[in-house]
Write a protein that binds this ligand. Structure first.
Ligand SMILES: N[C@@H](CCC(=O)N[C@@H](CS)C(=O)NCC(=O)O)C(=O)O
Length: 208
């Protein structure tokens, strides 16, 4: 039996990506909380020197960086069920994951979500200038995904893949902000995709 421990808070989009895969594959795991709003303790930094979440421990191995984590989990507990067999679709999956990492996460989560949802919840004031500057960046990233996704009905065809697991948690936070409409004004396929995937049971379970 594979022993799996996942470190990270339930609010993290990347933690949610990994938890979706664990839920979809019915893999039992321990979830250990990490407070990302405080300094990471030395014990956690020994597992992940960058202090980011998530970190996975699996059968005595420690693994971090979400793309590596989900690809490994898909191989060992998912029977590659969430990676397309076709080489081009595989490349597209990794391309979408990289677009989320490199171009979408920062404006959509680092700025829009933090400024619209977190800062006011802690009594602060939204930096409207920062939000306004982030919207076109998020829009560009979503339109780049729209251009390569098929959304028939999942991002890369008839089967849900790791690319969907990457984008869904980011879309959930964005959908709680007024900026969703502007960011998705030119992405009709992604709107249909989001309407379909947003109430998937594994997603509802890890975002509750
Ligand atoms: N490259 C990392 C990024 C992970 C990441 O940015 N996680 C966020 C939470 S969603 C985090 O750790 N934030 C806390 C911080 O930056 O201190 C990965 O793919 O796992």
């Amino acid at each position: 039996m594979t022993q799996v421990t996942l470190y990270g808070p339930t609010i993290s989009t990347y933690v949610r990506t990994v938890r979706m895969l664990l839920a979809e594959t019915n893999t039992p795991y321990d979830l250990k909380q990490v407070d990302i709003f405080s300094d990471r303790d030395p014990e956690y930094l020994a597992k992940n020197p960058f202090g980011k979440v998530p970190t996975l421990e699996i059968d005595g191995e420690t693994l971090y960086e979400t793309n590596a984590v989900v690809e490994y989990l898909d191989a060992v507990v998912g029977d590659r069920g969430f990676t397309p067999a076709n080489a081009l679709s595989q490349a597209r999956m990794r391309q979408i994951m990289a677009i989320v990492d490199s171009y979408l996460y920062s404006p959509a989560i680092g700025t829009i979500t933090i400024q619209r949802l977190i800062v006011p919840s802690q009594g602060g004031q939204t930096d409207e200038g920062a939000v306004a500057a982030a919207v076109p960046k998020a829009k560009t990233a979503l339109e780049a995904i729209e251009a390569i996704a098929t959304c028939t009905p999942y991002l890369l065809g008839e089967a849900i893949t790791l690319a969907d697991f990457y984008l869904m948690p980011v879309m959930l936070y964005l959908s709680k902000t007024p900026e969703l409409d502007a960011a998705t004004s030119q992405t009709p396929k992604l709107k249909d995709w989001w309407a379909l995937v947003s109430d998937r049971p594994s997603f509802l379970a890890v975002t509750a």
